[in-house]
Design a protein. Structure first.
Length: 617
């Protein structure tokens, strides 16, 4: 008996009566129903989130920000309702709580009374966070709660972005005001620099003038000192002259008195002389000569007396003038000394003024340098603060609030949630389909074992029968995935080839289990399916698995079937797909070898029951 004949005999057995045909058709439809219905139900659930009922509660009392009344909770609620990402219902707190409890709403979002106040507190003295309350109920749906949590996080992010944008806008407006004030300050600094330069120039002139004043006053002090010394000498000389004049006046007065006495006594003496001459009877001619002489002497004496009296008067005047000169010279000496002392004080003050004006000049030089540095610093500060328009500040605030935009540069893309799960559920459906077929397909033909002693042919016939049926199952499932569900497939031919290879590989594995262990092997096929269900990495990344299960991921065949289908469906690396196909082929060959060994063992143990196999073994 040849392999095609054994396969044909098995197909005749499977279609021997209507119930067998119904059973065969039903089992053939298992992978199509399992994979197709599940993928159809989960084709793109994220596109239908607007059907999920959710409640919004706004208890926000609002706040006043910058003199303007705001209600951030109301603004966010309106934005959520208009966005329509969920089937939002704006209700009161009690209605929301009852709705989540009795499954009317899958979750609720609550903005408390102090929501706006808390958001506005960041710029005040009591900054604190605003609270948004998410209420979920896992009895409604765990995934709905998870989606609600993600939605709440997005809402929080949106609120943070809005608040940050408003804060950034206020900051930029303040920065623009600071820049304007700095520009004004630069103008003032320019004026200050010019003024300090003028003051510096004036201080330099003042320092030079006070230095000259100090030098001149010092020289004046010296000259006035000399003048005071000379005036003192004049005063001393005038005093000596006055004293000599007074002595001369005294002597002159004495001389005048003597002359006056002589003038007074001279006539009497002359009369006495004439009387005595007459008494002696001197010759009259002699007496006449004597009388004439006495008259001449008297005239001379009177004239001399007048001259002496005039000289005495002049000497008295000279003495009085000398006294006045001496007094004036003394006053001049005293004044000259006072002037010398004043000039010395003036010289000392001028020296102090010169030192102060020099310090003033140096200080104004430092002031000028500092004001220039201030102006330059203010100018640099103005240069570093960009000059912005309201439109530019709006764009800057938006960028500051949300500085990062995610660009999804995918090497490959599944497209939808259902397409992302397709490789896993196609592989799982292939296993389930083969597993179901082995409920009615005989692993090996007992008649062939009895009639034909060729374990290889018997093994191949026992494997090809479910393998061909599995390939047909994969045709139907491929049509559902690519046609009915419309998932994009980058390499259709390659994907179906891997689907078929996975199916015949699974057939070889379950065949080996059945050959060696019988009904226990059939049960172990179910256990192996469950293990691959969690280790294949079809939903979550396999790296999240516990250590032992992660190790099984690298061994069990469904992992490679899932990865190969992903590579070919999404347009990944063909080399990786070929590598995955190689691992599946290796599993298939090893399983067929083990099956052949088992069949070889079975040829030595035949019973009468082997000649009449039943439908289910």
């Amino acid at each position: 008996m040849k392999i095609p004949q054994m396969i044909a005999a098995e197909f005749r057995r499977l279609t021997a009566n209507p119930m067998s045909i119904v059973a065969l058709v039903a089992l053939m439809c298992v992978p199509v129903l399992y994979g197709g219905l599940y993928l159809w139900a989960n084709q793109n659930p994220y596109a239908n989130l607007d059907r999920i009922p959710a409640a919004i509660v706004v208890d926000d009392a609002g706040a006043t920000v910058g003199g303007k009344d705001v209600s951030y909770g109301d603004d966010v609620a309106k934005q959520l309702v208009s966005d329509g990402s969920f089937q939002w219902h704006r209700v009161e707190q009690g209605s929301a709580a009852r709705g989540v409890d009795d499954s009317k709403y899958d979750f609720s979002i609550t903005f408390p009374k102090d929501f706006s106040t808390a958001l506005a507190s960041a710029s005040g003295t009591d900054p604190h966070r605003a609270i948004v309350t998410l209420t979920t109920n896992d009895t409604n749906s765990y995934l709905a709660s998870t989606i609600g949590t993600q939605a709440a996080e997005k809402i929080r992010t949106a609120i943070v972005q809005q608040v940050n944008e408003e804060a950034a806008k206020q900051f930029l407006v303040g920065l623009a005001d600071i820049r304007s004030q700095l520009v004004t300050a630069v103008g003032g600094a320019d004026t200050l620099v010019d003024g300090s330069a003028s003051a510096q120039s004036g201080a330099s002139l003042l320092a030079d003038g006070t230095a000259q004043l100090a030098s001149g006053s010092q020289e004046l002090s010296g000259k006035l000192g000399q003048l005071a010394a000379g005036a003192q000498q004049v005063s001393d000389g005038a005093a000596q002259v006055a004293a000599g004049n007074r002595e001369l006046a005294t002597q002159a007065n004495q001389a005048g008195a003597a002359a006056a006495q002589l003038a007074a006594e001279a006539p009497a003496t002359g009369r006495q002389l004439l009387q005595e001459l007459q008494a002696r009877h001197v010759d009259s001619s002699v007496i006449a000569q004597v009388q004439a002489s006495l008259a001449s002497i008297d005239t001379t004496v009177q004239s001399g007396n007048r001259r002496i009296q005039s000289a005495v008067g002049q000497i008295d005047q000279l003495s009085a003038g000398a006294d006045q000169v001496a007094g004036g010279a003394s006053q001049v000496a005293a004044g000259s000394q006072q002037a010398a002392d004043g000039a010395s004080q003036l010289a000392s003050g001028a020296a102090t003024a010169a030192s102060g004006s020099a310090q003033l000049r140096d200080g104004l030089t430092s002031l000028h340098t500092g004001t220039a540095q201030l102006r330059d610093g203010l100018q640099a500060g103005v240069g570093r603060i960009p000059d912005s328009s309201p439109e530019l500040r709006q764009k800057q605030a938006s960028t500051i609030a949300d500085p990062v935009d995610l660009k999804n540069d995918s090497i490959t893309s599944a497209g939808t949630y259902g397409a992302g799960l397709a490789p896993f559920f196609v592989s799982l459906a292939a296993w389930i389909g083969i597993y179901a077929l082995f409920l009615i397909v005989k692993p090996v033909s007992r008649r062939a074992i009895t009639a034909l002693h060729s374990p290889v042919k018997i093994t191949l016939a026992g494997w090809l029968t479910p393998g061909l049926l599995g390939a047909v199952q994969m045709i139907g499932l491929f049509a559902i995935v690519s046609g009915a569900l419309g998932f994009r497939i980058d390499d259709p031919l390659g994907m179906y080839a891997v689907m078929g290879l996975a199916s015949v590989t699974f057939a070889a594995i379950i065949l080996a289990l059945n050959v060696w262990l019988g009904s226990v092997g059939q049960f172990l096929g179910l256990v192996l399916m469950v293990m691959q269900l969690v280790t294949a990495g079809g939903t979550f990344p396999w790296q999240t698995l516990p250590g032992p299960l992660a190790a099984l991921h690298h061994v069990l065949p469904m992992s490679y079937a899932v990865d190969g289908l992903r590579q070919l469906m999404y347009g990944g690396n063909p080399a990786t797909a070929w590598s995955d196909a190689g691992v599946l082929a290796l599993w298939m060959l090893v399983a067929l070898l083990i099956s052949a060994i088992g069949v070889t063992r079975m040829t030595h143990f035949r019973t009468l029951r082997d000649l009449r196999p039943s439908l289910i073994g």
